[in-house]
Design a protein around this ligand. Structure first.
Ligand SMILES: [Zn+2]
Ligand SMILES: [Zn+2]
Ligand SMILES: [Zn+2]
Length: 784
């Protein structure tokens, strides 16, 4: 096999026809690749065929060598927008004197095609048609082509063909069918192809009124209701959104009250890139991210006076902004009467997003004033993805619509296995061969609704990829719902079971993304994860290989008074942390800083003294919580990591060079495998001194970040001195913190380390199942 860019052995007469077989792997199915190849072959005067194959497309071309060389070069240089070529393998074949180029059905090749592409935003060509009064699809809310449209969310099973999608009940009209059948047409084999004549329709239903308003008027009525401050439920690609006018304080508060959600930031959709620039100060990388076909929500710096209601994202300097990705959404913005719409997943608290019309009407009855619905069924729930540019590179915070079900490469072969992920922000993963397929973001696995979504998505992806797991991988935590589920499932189906430590999975995932076998110095900077000693880990320096790790160092343990209550109420963490640092927490100064009454403080101290309901933790996330409680007075949080996010936010204008508070190295004897402890005592004392001296909150927050980064860099230096390892892999939810990620990378690189971070997988718990799959595959490979 040779690479396509290099010609295979030159024949004596370059005008004589030759034949080549070409196997293209990557994202090449359902993304307009076959018509693209058809056009290339036709333009280069080549005969042959193309068909979908198990893991890509198979092409055979016959003609003059020069034409074939040009064809292969253009295959790479002119790849359609949604396609991604991972490899091209070229082999020689005997000429058969074929004339003409054909697109053959999958069955002809005798192999199944397994690919379902991800959902993709409306392409520029379709958008032009949508707004062109002369076009037959003018203002049609469901137009699409091979370069855009829903895919994953409308597919029931493989192969990805119209009868297997929710478009099956819409027979194409003659005009649509002709486009679908013509290899030179942009809609050749565009499975969701439709028009006013034959496709799905929209309507508006007001809660108080049972009569529906259909067609063109539905969009108009929706706009009127939104501008009147009403809460709309709008059916999208992966589920319903709840929407209000984002410039209206009253409308935003109405939505928050009805949803019982007060602090959590809401995402805002704006018309186009210019509109996004008006509400946020965007870096070039953020603009590029906004415009990708996945159209994720991008967390970017708010502009002052941007007209967006303050309650959309209270207390933080960022706004989650995104662009329309479905024609129906484009129509809402088309005449510029609305400028920004809150678009948040339609659910109550952490329940899965609503997708079905009836389900939405029932579940959202008390929240939405009206519904903008349609009759194209959503078959897979899929939230919007969330991303940010961290330290100059895109980072996924929530991987869902637009990314699922694309596979992520594995550096080693995996037997078929299922990794069930963690507890919060659950995502599971199926692995086989050199690929891991992660599910969409499923939310917190805390209740039956969450578990139903898990089962629903698992069954679908197992069918889609025809993977029957032989091993189930779970987190070490005995009380996670996912752990219990995994044990039961393995028992029922007679499968192998592997438990993977939470932070080892985080680090191994980062290593695998870069093809590292280790050992590396793994920094797992995280909220919470169950440790091998039964304590709650989360500020870990792990010497990691793919199949195992040793704990070199960790943040020194502090008690979490009240256990999980200390996560919701950071003032408890602050009390625990200050007390552990040897500070008199019953002093009036400390009580004032923590925001605790004497009675509450005494109660908590007793819990900690007796070790009752006060588990020990080395979590960095909890240290951030404690600092936010002391510096900002954040006593209680409304959403996960709120305190830490606010602490990062307040420092946003401070310079990176701000000197950090000191951390101390306690104990540690590597020869005896006794981990080093990173103590925060000096950090707390310096922080309190700064507070007393009246140093500003932003500066104190900056010094805190620098102190934490400095502590872990020092530890990495100790690890290098003890082991000679010079590569650092960073993972864990705290890496979403831009300032921390930036400081760590800069300082580690300045100290001569090679630093690795996640690229396609989230560093948070959304990426956990990928790491679990990696560790399990490595363990199984070692056993065999
Ligand atoms: Zn299109
Ligand atoms: Zn039609
Ligand atoms: Zn984690």
């Amino acid at each position: 096999m040779t690479d396509g860019s290099q010609p295979v052995e030159e024949p004596r007469d370059a005008t004589l026809p030759v034949r080549r077989g070409v196997l293209v792997c990557g994202v090449v199915q359902g993304v307009g690749f076959r018509p693209f190849v058809y056009r290339l072959a036709w333009e280069e005067g080549l005969a042959g065929f193309i068909g979908n194959d198990t893991d890509g497309v198979t092409i055979e071309v016959e003609g003059p060598l020069a034409g074939i060389d040009a064809f292969l070069a253009r295959l790479r240089s002119e790849t359609p927008p949604l396609a991604r070529i991972d490899s091209i393998a070229v082999r020689e074949a005997a000429t058969i004197g074929e004339t003409g180029f054909r697109i053959v059905a999958s069955e002809v090749l005798g192999r199944v095609s397994t690919g379902i592409p991800a959902d993709a935003a409306t392409c520029p060509d379709c958008l032009r048609e949508l707004l062109d009064p002369q076009d037959r699809r003018y203002r049609y809310p469901f137009l699409n082509c091979t370069n855009c449209g829903p895919r994953f969310t409308i597919t029931r099973r493989i192969p990805y063909d119209r009868p297997q999608t929710s478009m099956a009940r819409f027979p194409m009209c003659a005009a649509c069918q002709a486009e679908y059948d013509d290899p030179r047409n942009r809609r050749f084999h565009a499975q969701p192809n439709a028009c006013w004549e034959c496709g799905p329709q929209v309507w508006v239903l007001q809660t108080a009124d049972s009569e529906a308003i259909c067609g063109e008027e539905a969009v108009e009525r929706t706009l009127q209701l939104l501008l009147a401050g009403k809460v709309m439920a709008i059916k999208g690609i992966g589920g319903f959104h709840l929407s209000v006018d984002a410039t209206s304080e009253a409308a935003v508060m109405r939505l928050r009250r009805r949803k019982h959600r007060y602090g959590k930031p809401l995402a805002v959709m704006v018309r186009d890139l210019d509109a996004a620039r008006a509400v946020c100060a965007l870096a070039a990388e953020e603009e590029a991210l906004l415009l990708t076909a996945a159209r994720p929500i991008v967390l970017a710096r708010k502009r002052e006076g941007n007209g967006i209601a303050a309650d959309v994202a209270p207390g933080i300097p960022w706004l989650g902004v995104f662009l329309p990705y479905a024609p129906l959404q484009h129509l809402l913005f088309a005449d510029q009467r609305v400028h920004a719409l809150v678009m948040t997943s339609a659910n109550l608290s952490e329940e899965p997003i609503a997708i079905d019309n009836e389900e939405a009407r029932m579940r959202l009855a008390g929240i939405a004033d009206a519904f903008l619905m349609h009759d194209r069924e959503i078959l897979q729930r899929c939230d919007d993805s969330v991303a940010a540019v961290v330290d100059g590179a895109p980072q996924l915070i929530r991987r869902a619509r637009g990314f699922v079900p694309l596979g992520v490469a594995l550096p080693l072969d995996a037997p078929p296995l299922l990794a069930v992920g963690g507890h919060l922000k659950n995502v599971f993963a199926l692995a086989r061969g050199r690929f891991v397929y992660q599910s969409q973001h499923l939310g917190d696995l805390e209740n039956l609704a969450g578990l139903d979504f898990f089962n629903e998505s698992l069954n679908h992806l197992m069918r889609t990829f025809e993977i029957e797991p032989r091993t189930v991988v779970h987190d070490l935590h005995p009380e996670y719902l996912s752990t219990g589920w995994a044990r039961e499932w393995a028992q029922v189906h007679g499968l192998g079971l592997i438990a993977v430590q939470h932070h080892h999975a985080h680090v191994a995932g980062c290593m695998a993304e870069h093809g590292l076998q280790g050992p590396v110095i793994g920094l797992a900077l995280d909220g919470t994860g169950y440790g091998t000693d039964g304590h709650i880990w989360g500020g870990e320096v792990l010497l990691s290989r793919l199949d195992g790790f040793e704990r070199f160092a960790h943040l020194d343990y502090v008690p979490m008074p009240g256990s999980t209550a200390a996560i919701r109420e950071p003032w408890r963490m602050a009390l625990g942390a200050l007390r552990a640092a040897g500070i008199d927490v019953m002093s009036s100064e400390a009580l004032g800083l923590v925001g605790a009454t004497e009675k509450d403080a005494r109660l908590l101290c007793r819990m900690m003294e007796r070790g009752v309901n006060a588990p020990l933790t080395s979590s960095l996330g909890r240290l951030f919580d404690a600092a936010a409680a002391v510096v900002l007075g954040r006593r209680v949080v409304d959403y996960e990591a709120q305190a830490a996010i606010e602490l990062e936010g307040i420092a946003v204008n401070e310079r990176d060079e701000e000197p950090g508070y000191a951390m101390e190295m306690v104990g540690g004897d590597w020869a005896a495998r006794e981990p080093l402890r990173i103590g925060a005592g000096p950090l707390w004392r310096e922080l309190l001194n700064d507070l007393r001296a009246g140093v500003s909150q932003p500066r104190i927050a900056a010094r805190f970040h620098a102190g934490v980064a400095g502590g872990f860099v020092q530890t990495a230096l100790r690890a290098r001195a003890a082991t000679g390892i010079g590569q650092v892999a960073m993972s864990g939810g705290c890496l979403h913190n831009r300032r921390l990620a930036r400081l760590l990378r800069a300082e580690l690189q300045a100290a001569g380390f090679e630093v690795f971070q996640h690229v396609r997988v989230s560093p948070g718990d959304g990426g956990l199942s990928y790491g679990q799959a990696v560790v399990a595959a490595a363990m199984l490979a070692k056993r065999s």
